[in-house]
Structure formats: structure tokens, C-alpha cells
Design a protein around this ligand. Structure first.
Ligand code: HAM
Length: 556
């Protein structure tokens, strides 16, 4: 039981984002939106939970994300209108009418001038009856049938209407025995958004346009990871995907380079300093299969020297060993065969064209042959952007120094049952981006002031901009006039806070100084004369201003 000494708290690994910090989040998101729109991306918003199968198939059963980090539950039983309709039509005593047509949850029978509309619903509530009434009246008008009847069919036990409710004439409710519910469905809070975007691409036939789609998203993702600085169980991603039919050019190395160049522009516009781009090619699905077999063989004789986690990975998913940050294993991992040596000619050519386009744009990068990334859908180009790691506190990220990651996923659409639709995309960890910006701002401020900088003080160094004015009514009887003045100023576009007439003047000044650039005093004299006293905190200057000139003065 929560008590005043032990109140409820946000769940471990989740956190509240509060002002003034949220102003920085909004700034970051608006810069991202502006860059995305210049590169022709439109926003997509997919559901926060999806069928578990989507991630199992898309991200991969053997990945850390799917095997141990997902929030998955069985959702309750769902009513199946199809099952109820099927049972109705095949009931043993069905006397089959001459003509019929069926639609979603409705079958209409015609027989000798009589028209019977049979609707199917989970229960007979007021909404269902109202719907039946509309159906009956629209058929009566449309077909000018002399005799139109309505029947609402519901599962047994679901036909009882509230006592006060009477079923209109011409409509009857009938219950059908049997189970018309589908067994429960396994659902998962999305751990990432690429699988959801590709599912939506398939579901809405977005490939039919013949063009590639450029889609971006900003939203929360969920992974049950061990929380630490820069790693949360609910975290935010800003991501984008480019995908489409092969004929649209979605497979072209130009798309890869454009996405990477856009990211370089975005990080520069956000003011992220010292970012580094690492990229690699993991080749086609066939290249990878060949390489994994070679890697498995190479790992077999040295496996016992690796940490337990890497020993397990060597068995289940050898590529993951390359990702390992375990310090004691690094020398052995560096000695393993490199995927670059096992790419086929077309993957090699694709990668070299990506690099050539980056060179042409002047985007700096390093090729990291160990960058295979932790999701199974990647093919060809994979990449990460990092900021200097824990050695430099200005990164703000400690060991979680991957600001964003992404790559190509040419087979993902087919893995999800869709048409061929090669694609490439990325997701920025927004929490990490914000930590980085805060840390950099703190380091800059400390450098300017000539004091050593502590990585713990980042949060305090980000201050929201001050409001234009604080209105201080003198006495409770001035409160109403203060609110009316605030309304006028806010309508003119100013940001305004209103104090309380019960405050002493000293308290009003203190409150105003904390949140606003100016204080406007509203006492009896001011109300009578229309001349207001305004103090500007930065200069300490106090002035009498006529009300019409107030807006101009407060903008200063
Ligand atoms: P990811 O590498 O799993 O890729 O995640 C992308 C970024 O999300 C990471 O680089 C990191 O900044 C951030 N992130 C991941 N987990 C956490 C966490 N627990 N707490 C805070 N931030 C985190 C993907 O999600 C792919 N869907 C990216 C992609 C898009 N690939 C192609 N298209």
C-alpha cells in the first residue's frame, strides 16, 4: 500500500521528463522535423504495441531484444464476428432464403417482398440496437421494400439489454449458443520501430505507388534492459526509413549515402560535437550465412577462453560475439575472420559506392569490420554514430556511447510476408542525444567560466528561457483585472505568468525574478490611471508605462 512516507514512484527504468528539460526535447524534435522535411520524409505513427510475431520474425528470435528484453503479454479473448456469422449460416435449422448478400457483420436476405437484415455483434447494447435501427431504415428507403425486419444475433448470454431499454418494433434480438471468441493473442510493447514501419508498408500497400517511401517517426520504445545512465526501459527514438520496390531505386547505394549525409547534417544542426560515423557491410543474406559458418569454425577452438556470455553467443548467434564490449575478449575477437573478406562482388561494389558518395559529400567515417549490429534483419550497410566515450565526460553517456544505429534490411519485408521492398533506416536514441547535448552545454559553460566540469551537473545547466512578464496584482481585489491584462498580453503573443493579490510585494518580486524578465505591478493607482509600473530585472530599471505601450516595452 502506498503511504505518505512511501508514495508510488515511476517504474524502474522509466522516468518523467519535466520542464525546463522538455524544452530541449522539443527543440531537438523540431530541428529533426525540419531536416526530415527538407529531405522529403513524411511522418508515420505506428501503434506502440504489435503482435509478438512481428518482432520474433522481423528482429529475430535469437537476438537479445527478442529473447530477453521484450514486454510481452497475452491479451484477453477477442470476439470474432466471422465465427458468429459462419455459425448462423450453417445452423442445422437454417431455412435458406432465395437471395442474400453479406458484408462486415451484416447479412441481408430477400424473400417474396420481405427483406431481413441480420446483424452480428458481441452483445446487444444500446449502440448495437441503434446500428440495427439505422440498417433497417436505410434498406427500407433504398429498396422501397414494403416489409423490412431486423434481427440482431449475439453470443448466448449477451442478449440482455438494460432494463430501461426497449427494443424498437421490427427488430428482434437472438442469442446463439457456442464460443465466438478467438483465443488470446500475444502482444508486445514495441522494442524498436522498423518492424512496425515495414508491417504498415505491407498492410497499406505503400509499394503500389512505385515510388520509394521516406518515413520518419518519433516515439517511445520499450526494452527490459538493466537500467543505467543512457539506458532505460522506456526510451525514445527519432528514426527514419526509406523503402520501396526495387524498381524505385530503393536498393541503390545512393539511398544509403543520402541517409548518412542527412544524419551528419542533423547532428551538425543539433550542435552535437565530435560525432564519429562507423560503418560496415554485412553483405547479402547468403554472404552472411557463409560467413557465420566460417565464424563458428573459427570460434570453436577458442570459445572456452571467452566470457560465459560470449560462449553462449558463439553457439546461438556467433555474429553477436563481434558486438561484445567484454574487455578481456577483445584481442581474441579482433583476430577472428572479417566479414569484408566474404562479401560477394555485388555487396562489395555496393559498399564501395556508398563510401564514394560519402567522400564526395565530405562526410567523414571509419570502416569498422566488427560492426554487425544486434538485430537480425540487416543486410549490406550497417552503421553507428557515436560520441567520445566515458573517457570524456562531455559525451554524457558513459559506456552507452552509441547515439544512433541503423542499416539496410533488404529482406525484411519478405520475412514479414510482404513483397520485395529493400530499405535502409536508422534510429537515434533521443535520451542519449539529450544527455550528450546537456553534457556538451555544461562543458562549454564550465570552459567559459574556467572551472572544472563534473559530468553529474548536466541537468542543472539547462535552463528554460524566461517568460516576458509576471503580473503582480496588489490585493485580492485586483486578481480579476490581472487575469484580464494577462489575457490581453498573451493574445498579443507574449508569455505571461500571473501572481496572486494575496502575496506581499516582496514575495511577488522574488517569484517574478525567478520566472520572468519583467514584473508589471497592478495596484489601485494603476487600475485607475491606466499607467502601469514595470521593472526590468536585467537592468534594474523601473518605469511607468501607459497600457497601450506595454506590449512593446515587455518585448524588450
Ligand atoms: P538499435 O541500435 O537497437 O536500432 O537502437 C537505436 C538506438 O536507440 C541506439 O543507438 C541507442 O541510441 C538507442 N537505444 C537503444 N536501446 C536503448 C535503451 N535501452 N535506452 C536508451 N536508448 C536506447 C534500432 O532500434 C533499429 N530499429 C534502427 C534501425 C532503423 N535500423 C534500420 N532502421
Amino acid at each position: 500500500m502506498p503511504t505518505p512516507s512511501n508514495p508510488l514512484k515511476a517504474v524502474r527504468g522509466t522516468r518523467d521528463l519535466l520542464p525546463p528539460e522538455t524544452a530541449l526535447w522539443n527543440r531537438v524534435e523540431s530541428i529533426a522535423r525540419s531536416v526530415f522535411s527538407r529531405y522529403g520524409f513524411g511522418e508515420i505513427r505506428t501503434p506502440i504495441f504489435e503482435d509478438t510475431q512481428l518482432f520474433a520474425r522481423g528482429v529475430g528470435e535469437e537476438t537479445d531484444i527478442v529473447s530477453k528484453e521484450m514486454y510481452t503479454w497475452l491479451d484477453g479473448e477477442r470476439f470474432s464476428v466471422g465465427k458468429l456469422m459462419g455459425a448462423w449460416e450453417s445452423r442445422p435449422d437454417a431455412d435458406l432464403p432465395l437471395t442474400r448478400h453479406a458484408g462486415a457483420g451484416l447479412i441481408v436476405y430477400f424473400r417474396e417482398g420481405t427483406l431481413e437484415c441480420v446483424g452480428f455483434r458481441a452483445k446487444a447494447d444500446a449502440q448495437a440496437i441503434q446500428w440495427m435501427r439505422q440498417v433497417v431504415s436505410s434498406y427500407a428507403q433504398k429498396d422501397q421494400a414494403t416489409n423490412v425486419r431486423g434481427k440482431l444475433v449475439v453470443p448466448v448470454g449477451m442478449g440482455r439489454l438494460p432494463e430501461a431499454f426497449s427494443v424498437p418494433a421490427g427488430i428482434v434480438v437472438e442469442e446463439m449458443a457456442g464460443n465466438y471468441f478467438e483465443s488470446s493473442q500475444s502482444l508486445t510493447l514495441r522494442p524498436e520501430n522498423t518492424a512496425g514501419v515495414v508491417r504498415a508498408y505491407i498492410e497499406h500497400n505503400l509499394g503500389d505507388s512505385g515510388q520509394f517511401q521516406k518515413l520518419f517517426y518519433i516515439g517511445p520504445q520499450f526494452r527490459r534492459e538493466r537500467p543505467q545512465r543512457g539506458r532505460y526501459r522506456q526510451f525514445w527514438q527519432i528514426g527514419a526509413e526509406v523503402l520501396g520496390p526495387v524498381t524505385s531505386g530503393s536498393e541503390s547505394p545512393l539511398r544509403d549515402a543520402e541517409v548518412l549525409e542527412m544524419l551528419a547534417t542533423l547532428l551538425d544542426e543539433l550542435g552535437v560535437k565530435n560525432w564519429q560515423l562507423a560503418l560496415n557491410s554485412v553483405g547479402s543474406a547468403e554472404d552472411r550465412k557463409r560467413y557465420v559458418a566460417i565464424l563458428r569454425d573459427a570460434l570453436a577452438p577458442i570459445k572456452h577462453q571467452l566470457c560465459p556470455d560470449n560462449q553462449r553467443r558463439a553457439e546461438t548467434n556467433p555474429l553477436r560475439v563481434l558486438d561484445s564490449k567484454e574487455p578481456n575478449d577483445q584481442a581474441l575477437i579482433d583476430g577472428l575472420p572479417k566479414i569484408a573478406d566474404y562479401l560477394d562482388e555485388s555487396s562489395r561494389e555496393h559498399f564501395s559506392q556508398v563510401l564514394a558518395a560519402l567522400d564526395a559529400c565530405g562526410v567523414p567515417y571509419t570502416v569498422n569490420p566488427r560492426l554487425v549490429r544486434g538485430l537480425d534483419y540487416y543486410t549490406r550497410t550497417t552503421f553507428e554514430f557515436t560520441v567520445p566515450s566515458s573517457a570524456d565526460p562531455a559525451s554524457g553517456l558513459g559506456t552507452q556511447n552509441a547515439l544512433l544505429g541503423g542499416g539496410r534490411y533488404d529482406g525484411l519485408s519478405e520475412m514479414l510476408g510482404g513483397p520485395r521492398a529493400p530499405g535502409i533506416g536508422f534510429a537515434i536514441g533521443e535520451d542519449r542525444l539529450i544527455l550528450t547535448l546537456q553534457a556538451q552545454a555544461a562543458a562549454d559553460a564550465a570552459a567559459k567560466a574556467g572551472v572544472p566540469h563534473s559530468s553529474q551537473s548536466h541537468r542543472d545547466e539547462w535552463e528554460a528561457p524566461k517568460l516576458d512578464a509576471y503580473i503582480a496584482p496588489l490585493g485580492p481585489e485586483r486578481n480579476a483585472a490581472a487575469l484580464a491584462l494577462a489575457r490581453e498580453l498573451r493574445r498579443a503573443g507574449l508569455s505571461v505568468e500571473v501572481g496572486d493579490g494575496a502575496f506581499r510585494l516582496k514575495k511577488s518580486f522574488e517569484a517574478a525574478d525567478r520566472v520572468a524578465r519583467h514584473i508589471v505591478i497592478l495596484g489601485e493607482d494603476e487600475a485607475r490611471s491606466g499607467i502601469l509600473t514595470v521593472k526590468t530585472f536585467a537592468s534594474g530599471e523601473q518605469k511607468k508605462i501607459e497600457q497601450p505601450a506595454l506590449v512593446t516595452q515587455l518585448r524588450i
